[in-house]
Design a protein around this ligand. Structure first.
Ligand code: CUA
Length: 316
């Protein structure tokens, strides 16, 4: 849906933005329609049933079950259309497609630090190609921030100690606003930037133009080696004192309390900063915490490294 003709509506530049606008216009339309209807009827009745002489006593009005049912059921149905439509968009927006390209984002007073899986780093700028699905994995170094790209109609809080994800597919090349939408201290209003959407070939050129940067997975591997993780966590179980890391990401993990959870971003992060929280079945509470020794960015690099250790399943 094209919305550029509507004043005050930001440019529409993602696969989601048209859908969000359509829902928004529907909500506005329903609201305007009922506002006009009710105020019109109100004015009409005020005039029609005005008191014509000082001795007039109104006729008592008995209730009407039919009418009451009608004006309960109709708004209910309208409210449910809003709910169903909104829920559908919400689910689509909150479930990143599995083939999305990941980009790591760290909020920090007062900037956005961004790293691509190929290693390129950016500050307060995010370059993305048209027509490719991008998944943002976001964390924060300090307080709560909020990553907001109005032109894509996406927005999410970035909360200390956990990861938030957003995804989008840009549809139109151009430069769009990037905001921090959560008050985060003195220079909150300066925590702004741009999203640069490029045609795929321009984007590839941009990527190759700033090479010689280390990919997050390689950087993560170096941290893994420096911190001596390998002595317990060999990628395929060497060391023996900690679970193997290869292929763990995205898999179900059995814990020693009988629980069974999915090894997602949050689980990996927690296992580094608070290893005793969820112990894998068969392993003792021997791992020290790395809280304070690794920054949020380094945690994301460790995460990228662990993700890169996937075991290719043999083709059946
Ligand atoms: Cu960061 Cu406001």
């Amino acid at each position: 849906m094209q919305s550029s003709w509507v004043p005050f509506v930001p440019p529409s530049a993602s696969t989601l933005s048209g859908k969000v606008d359509a829902l928004y216009f529907y909500l506005s339309g329903v609201t305007i329609f009922f506002t006009l209807l009710i105020s019109g009827v109100l004015i009409f009745f005020v005039i029609k049933y005005r008191r014509r002489n000082p001795y007039e006593i109104p006729r008592p009005v008995a209730g009407s079950l039919k009418l009451e049912t009608l004006w309960s059921v109709i708004p209910f149905i309208i409210a449910m259309t809003m709910f169903a439509w909104g829920a559908q968009i919400f689910f689509e927006q909150s479930r990143p497609p599995s083939n999305a390209v990941e980009v790591y984002v760290v909020g920090k007073q007062w900037m956005w630090k961004i790293q691509h899986t190929t290693g390129q780093r950016e500050i307060n700028e995010l370059h993305v190609p048209v027509g490719r699905r991008i998944k943002l994995v976001m964390g924060t170094e300090d307080v709560i921030h909020d990553f907001f790209i109005p032109a894509f109609r996406i927005k999410a809080d970035v909360v200390p100690g956990r990861y938030t994800t957003l995804w989008f597919e840009a549809t139109k090349a151009g430069r769009y606003h990037l905001f921090c939408a959560e008050y985060c201290g003195m220079n909150h209003s300066g925590m702004i930037g741009s999203v640069v959407v490029m045609e795929p070939k321009d984007f590839d050129e941009w990527l190759s133009g700033s090479s010689s940067q280390q990919s997050p997975a390689i950087a993560g591997q170096q941290i893994y080696e420096t911190l001596g993780c390998a002595s317990c966590h060999g990628p395929t179980g060497e060391g023996g004192r900690g679970p193997a890391l290869a292929g763990v990401f995205g898999r179900q993990v059995f814990l020693n309390n009988g629980q069974n959870i999915k090894a997602d971003e949050a689980y990996i992060r927690e296992s580094v900063v608070n290893p005793q929280a969820k112990l894998v079945a068969g392993f003792g509470p021997i791992m020290p915490t790395f809280q304070g020794q690794v920054s949020e960015e380094q945690l994301m690099q460790i995460l990228a490294f662990i993700k890169s250790l996937q075991i290719r399943p043999p083709n059946p």
